[in-house]
Design a protein around this ligand. Structure first.
Ligand SMILES: N[C@@H](CCC(=O)N[C@@H](CS)C(=O)NCC(=O)O)C(=O)O
Length: 236
């Protein structure tokens, strides 16, 4: 991808900048990885409704955050960014992905599984009512069963003793999904059916690096409550 300095000038060698949004789980997972690896970075908050010329210039294709800018090279898509950080900073901090090829493949599979099968349904369940909500809840419940199965017997994290790729990818299940459940009046994640998932969620959000870099729950709740209101108003 084309090189662009943040100010339009020449990029600095090791400069890392993250374009983000405080409440975004996709942005937070990149921040968690940067902190875990000990990579210093500058952070530029973005408005995702009224998009800045900087965001449009650095991510013209998707216009989403996060965008990681490394040595002037902009990179979108949080899971791709996580892999890039491991590869571009091989000696820096712990590896996010396991080193063994089979374990790497498994970590990628599990990281993507709820991203592809649960995320949209959880969002729909929060932002709709009636039949559409019921259908989304049904699909979400099937996926949650699989996640619960995966987490049964996990003592620490999906990545083993340390937080790894799948844990970072699943971070939204730990902190955001309970908020979305509250906003939407649902219980996609619940103690009765998902004790292992909730135990993992408590360990994950209790990890010092993660805990330090989570959006406050009350502010997050207000943000999504407003979001649901706006979406519902548009549909009315
Ligand atoms: N798959 C993307 C999702 C990024 C994403 O949807 N970001 C939201 C913020 S939470 C965004 O920028 N939305 C603006 C838009 O869709 O126009 C990733 O993992 O980075």
């Amino acid at each position: 991808m084309k090189q662009v300095g943040m100010d339009g000038g020449a990029p600095t060698e090791e400069e890392v900048t993250l374009l983000g949004l405080w409440v975004s789980p996709f942005v937070r997972r990149v921040e968690w990885a940067l902190h875990l690896k000990g990579i210093p970075y500058a952070y530029v908050e973005q408005d995702i409704i009224d998009k800045s010329p900087l965001l449009l210039r650095l991510n013209p294709l998707l216009k989403t955050v996060p965008v990681l800018v490394h040595r002037g090279n902009p990179l979108p898509e949080s899971l791709i960014i996580l892999e890039y950080l491991d590869e571009a900073f091989p000696g820096k901090g712990p590896s996010i992905l396991p080193r063994d090829p089979l374990c790497r493949a498994e970590a990628r599979f599990w990281a993507k599984f709820p991203e592809e099968k649960l995320l949209d349904n959880a969002w729909i369940a929060m932002t709709t009512d009636g039949e559409e909500k019921e259908m989304a809840l049904k699909s979400a419940s099937v996926v949650m069963e699989k996640i619960e199965e995966r987490l049964k017997g996990v003592v620490n994290f999906c990545g083993g003793d340390e937080v790894g790729f799948a844990d970072l990818a699943w971070g939204w299940i730990a902190h955001w999904l309970p908020v979305w459940d509250e906003v939407g009046g649902t219980s996609i994640l619940n103690e009765g059916k998902h004790p292992a998932t909730l135990a993992w969620a408590r360990r994950f959000t209790g990890h010092p690096v993660i805990k330090e870099n989570l959006p406050p729950r009350d502010k997050t709740l207000t943000y999504y409550t407003e979001k649901r209101k706006r979406i519902m108003a548009l549909k009315a």
